[in-house]
Design a binder for this molecule. Structure first.
Ligand code: ZN
Length: 189
């Protein structure tokens, strides 16, 4: 089922989300919820989505980038469900990621992100896993992880970089495409 996406101003987007118990992941209700979260992300063409974006203050997010019309220049990323994630930065370097958010209509902005991270989390079945994520996709993971702590991308952006989606497409998208290629060349996806 596709769920309604919460919009900025809704207090759930500012909550610090609670951890999910492994036993909860075995319940039919939680399995359905994660299916719904994935379906909602796909319908909205998000690169990722976090539980508070559908009104649940739980430490769960999903990342997946595939043929995405919202972000045509983004490298593809397989579907990953992260429960109770912990992110560790593996380099001091930062790059500027031009972000948008399903909960913030018609706004984009540049956010400094770490280009090489380690993610430790439970998968949707409660099994622990860890992975290293690089480049643009690492930025997506950090954006989603911020949602679990009530942080939205404009909190981390210089407001002078804000742009509507239309102005972005008209003025910045071509340059950003080049920046993304350079980041992918340096860091991989
Ligand atoms: Zn978001």
């Amino acid at each position: 089922m596709v769920l309604d996406i919460t919009q900025i101003g809704n207090p759930v987007l500012r909550e610090s989300c609670r951890e999910v118990l492994r036993e909860e992941l075995q319940t039919r209700e939680m399995r359905q919820f994660i299916d719904d979260l994935i379906a909602t992300k796909r319908r909205a063409n998000g690169a990722g989505i976090a539980a508070p974006q559908v009104g649940r203050a739980l430490r769960i997010f999903v990342v997946e980038v595939k043929d995405n019309p919202r972000y045509p220049y983004k490298p593809e990323a397989d579907l990953t469900v992260c429960v109770n994630p912990e992110i560790e930065f593996l380099t001091e370097e930062r790059y500027l990621n031009y972000e948008g958010c399903l909960s913030i209509p018609d706004l984009r902005g540049k956010v400094p992100r770490c280009p090489h991270i380690r993610v430790k989390a439970l998968d949707r079945y409660g099994e622990p896993f860890e992975m290293e994520v690089k480049g643009i996709t690492a930025g997506t993971f950090q954006h989603e992880d911020d949602h679990l702590n009530g942080i939205l991308f404009p909190d981390r952006s210089d407001p002078k970089t804000f742009s509507t989606w239309n102005e972005f497409a008209k003025r910045y998208e071509a340059d950003v495409e080049e920046d993304v290629k350079a980041i992918v060349a340096q860091w991989g996806q």
